[in-house]
Design a protein around this ligand. Structure first.
Ligand code: NAP
Length: 224
């Protein structure tokens, strides 16, 4: 498991949480080059110790994301994968408790996903084996009033990931070549304790055919 990712270059967007560390470790161990993105250089230091390259980038800022992508182009660094982790959780208080402030904070995850996937689209569709993944929530399938903001944003992220899946398939069709890129959605109820499972599942995506993995929803933990 994991041989397919050897030699690939993978961006982890929002890499500074426990799940980002686990994914970076698994990717490096499997022979991939990792580029870990985060807002603060000090928070990225442990990723460097794991063997990842790092870059400071506020993924909520489209200009910063474009500038990051331009450094890759300038350095002729190709990209074969993206694990999008910017998210977080806010909620409670039933439906009346779904504040605009919480919604705006959660929406950063969607904005970050839009920015980084637009910026890396050319690299991903040019890669001989690209895999992208987001981490969504079981709340999309079963939204609760106290988590309505969260479920709405996660549903929007899933729609974006599925649109990417269609885009990958269409790009291959239009060019008359076999599909090499896949967009996958992981769904989890609570991530704590499942970081290694997420990391293994992400690394394993390179062992599946792109057209089989593309546009799939993979449950993690008890949601599997
Ligand atoms: N935790 C759970 O139980 C759970 C359940 C279901 C789904 N999920 C989803 O799983 C994913 C990963 O969750 P997680 O708990 O590991 O991570 P997270 O805390 O939601 O976010 C990952 C990292 O993103 C960074 N980040 C936030 N805003 C950023 C920005 N504008 N630019 C760059 N980096 C930014 C954060 O670092 P700093 O804030 O330190 O900069 C954080 O370490 C998220 O999408 C989350 O919604 C989580």
């Amino acid at each position: 498991m994991g041989d397919g990712v050897r030699g690939r270059t993978v961006v982890i967007a929002g890499a500074t949480s426990a799940s980002g560390h686990a994914a970076a470790r698994a990717l490096v161990d499997a022979g991939a080059t990792v580029i870990a993105l985060g807002r603060r250089d000090d928070a990225l230091a442990p990723l460097r110790e794991l063997g990842a390259r790092t870059a400071v980038c506020d993924l909520a800022d489209a200009g910063e994301v474009s500038a990051f992508a331009a450094t890759l182009t300038a350095g002729r660094t190709r990209v074969d994968g993206l694990l999008h982790l910017v998210g977080g959780w806010r909620g409670g208080g039933g439906l009346p408790g779904q504040s605009d402030e919480d919604y705006r904070a959660l929406e950063v995850g969607l904005a970050a996903l839009r920015h980084i996937t637009r910026a890396l689209w050319h690299e991903l569709t040019s890669s001989p084996a690209a895999r992208t993944a987001i981490v969504s929530s079981t709340a999309v399938a079963r939204p609760l009033a106290g988590g309505a903001n969260y479920a709405a944003v996660k549903a929007a992220e899933e729609a974006w990931a599925r649109a990417m899946a269609q885009g990958f398939a269409k790009d291959a069709r239009d060019r008359g070549v076999a599909q090499t890129a896949a967009s996958v959605i992981f769904r989890v109820r609570a991530l704590e304790g499942l970081e290694e499972e997420l990391a293994r599942a992400f690394v394993g995506l390179w062992d599946a055919e792109a057209c089989v993995a593309n546009d799939t929803i993979v449950g993690l933990g008890a949601s599997n």
